[in-house]
Design a protein around this ligand. Structure first.
Ligand code: HXC
Length: 514
């Protein structure tokens, strides 16, 4: 039977049914978008893709739908390899009923997800859909919920990546939202729970789809998207790059790339910290100086820029990096940066990716805006994420590590395995000036020259605390290292931690402060 059907596909008329027809395909191209099949073709290793459910059709008979049959029902599903690794994929086909999700369309996606879970391989979803198939009503909504359930059950079992390559609206957004990473294509994709028309009716706001939920809105304002791409091909290349840092599933480690240890000193790291501790510097230069050449892949580059997160390789090992960014708001921790980093830490912990944390943090951002937007709860997310992580965790304090932020940023006390500091590190409750103004207030006020006195006390405090040696004397810092020696030390420390085993207390699951 199948053989017969496949032979029939040689028939040109039937072939055209694999997609919504030539004019619709041309329309897709005119918009600057590839078709679902083209996307899958470019994503997978050549010749490796095997389609599943190509002959599936919808079962709707309302509104004359029985006369509109397209093979595959608006989604291409299957498996293949990306750089030789097994990957499951679904790609919604906008040329068929606007890529809308019917009961059968959902069943095809669910089948792929079940296979991915059972066989321990990542799922990549290429989304391009007008949402629930309007002709099907509640059966379509049920289909969405079936997918949401699987997204949730698969979370932490296999990596899930969502690319938004067209519309993604209404409840449909919640499938990508549950997955690990969202990529959006600039200008041709958008995501929102309610579109511009509903927004206008309810709030009287005039806003375009692009402004409301385009790639730039979600990469800068909401943080919903982790990576933006210039076009479909760029998006596909970025998915391939992203997945290269991840293992197949939570039982495995990312495959190490071949690397031969050589001369690992990096002189350029010696000149990065400015003379004045209030002057900013580019933390990404520190990252680039430490990791393997051109291996840093930044996540959320345009959102909460006061913290930098991303993947890299160190002597061929995949690692996750969390780093305060002195160039943006002095690297202070706030609501958004805490959420951004916490989510990243949890991803790395799910999939056995060791963490490197670079610290230069003056504390938490003060103010009503932060307090009323729950910096308490949100800061606690990062604290919780680090405390719970059992992957190898290494911290390097480059400069400031003040107050509660010192504890939060992967301190020894919350379970970091190795804590290094540069000689420029300042580990204290707060900066020398603020501290002196509080503890020497009376002495300063009564002095003949209060300004002079403040300076004198500031110097006294700095002398006592603006260095890493007190923390090192207590064992909170394992070693004070020269900047140029950081890469060598970190390579050795991560190799030493390679087989780390750590268990959490037995529980159903924790109750993290969401
Ligand atoms: C059935 C749909 C469809 C849908 C689009 N089409 N969306 N068919 N169900 N949801 C069809 C169109 O009728 C059209 O068919 C073809 O797909 C292409 O659509 P166009 O409108 O011509 O394309 P474009 O101008 O690019 O506009 C794209 C669009 C628009 C913005 C997505 O189609 C649109 O607004 N669609 C409806 C979106 C929507 O309201 N969806 C339901 C949301 S609620 P022809 O034959 O004319 O080419 C939802 C709930 C999910 O999704 C709940 C989960 C819990």
């Amino acid at each position: 039977m199948l053989e017969k059907n496949l032979n029939k596909l040689q028939d040109k008329k039937l072939k055209a049914l694999l997609g919504g027809g030539e004019s619709r395909i041309a329309k897709q191209h005119q918009k600057g978008k590839l078709t679902a099949r083209e996307r899958v073709h470019f994503l997978m290793d050549e010749g490796s893709f095997e389609e599943i459910g190509m002959l599936v059709t919808h079962r709707t008979t309302d509104f004359g739908m029985e006369k509109q049959i397209f093979l595959g029902d608006g989604v291409v599903t299957g498996y293949g390899t990306v750089d030789g690794r097994l990957i499951y994929v679904f790609a919604q086909d906008f040329t068929v009923f606007g890529g809308s999700l019917s009961e059968t369309h959902a069943e095809k996606i669910c089948k792929i997800m079940d296979l991915a879970m059972q066989n321990g391989a990542p799922v990549i979803g290429l989304n391009d859909s007008g949402g629930a198939r309007i002709q099907e009503g509640v059966r379509s909504l049920g289909g969405y919920a079936d997918i949401f359930l699987r997204n949730t059950l698969a979370s932490g079992v296999v990596p899930q990546i969502s690319a938004i390559m067209g519309p993604c609206a209404g409840g449909a957004v919640y499938s990508p939202a549950i997955t690990d990473f969202i990529l959006m294509v600039q200008d041709t994709s958008y995501m929102f729970v309610t579109g511009p028309n509903v927004v206008k009716t309810v709030t009287n706001e005039e806003v375009s789809s692009e402004e409301l939920g385009g790639a730039s809105a979600h990469s800068t304002k909401s943080g919903v998207t982790h990576v933006t791409a210039a076009n479909d091909m760029d998006c596909i290349n970025k998915i391939k790059q992203l997945i290269s840092y991840m293992p197949q599933n939570c039982e495995e480690k990312t495959k190490r790339l071949p690397y031969e240890i050589g001369e690992e000193y990096r002189e350029q790291l010696s000149d990065i910290i400015p003379d004045s501790s209030n002057q900013p510097y580019e933390m990404k230069e520190v990252i680039e100086g430490i990791v393997d050449e051109a291996s840093f892949f930044e996540i959320h580059p345009d959102y909460a820029e006061n913290i930098v997160v991303g993947f890299a390789r160190l002597a061929g090992r995949s690692i996750g990096i969390v780093a305060n960014q002195p160039m943006n708001m002095a690297g202070v921790l706030d609501v958004n940066s805490s959420k951004k980093a916490a989510r990243f830490v949890r991803f790395c912990d799910c999939f056995n990716i060791p963490l490197l944390v670079l610290v230069d943090v003056p504390g938490f951002l003060p103010g009503t805006d932060q307090e009323w937007n729950a910096i308490i709860t949100n800061g606690a997310k990062l604290l919780y994420a680090f405390s719970e992580a059992t992957v190898p965790r290494i911290t390097l304090i480059t400069r400031k590590a003040y107050g509660g932020a010192y504890d939060v940023m992967n301190s020894k006390h919350i379970g970091a395995d190795m804590n290094f500091a540069w000689p420029s590190a300042e580990i204290a409750v707060m900066g020398a000036k603020g501290a002196s103004e509080i503890i020497f207030r009376k002495e300063i006020k009564e002095a003949a020259n209060p300004e002079e006195k403040l300076k004198e006390k500031e110097a006294e405090y700095a002398d006592k605390f603006a260095h890493p040696y007190r923390a090192a004397a207590r064992g909170f810092i394992d070693e004070v290292i020269l900047p140029k020696d950081s890469r060598r030390k970190l390579i050795k420390a991560f190799a030493m931690l390679e087989n780390k085993v750590a268990k959490l207390p037995k529980k159903k699951h924790g109750n993290m402060p969401l």
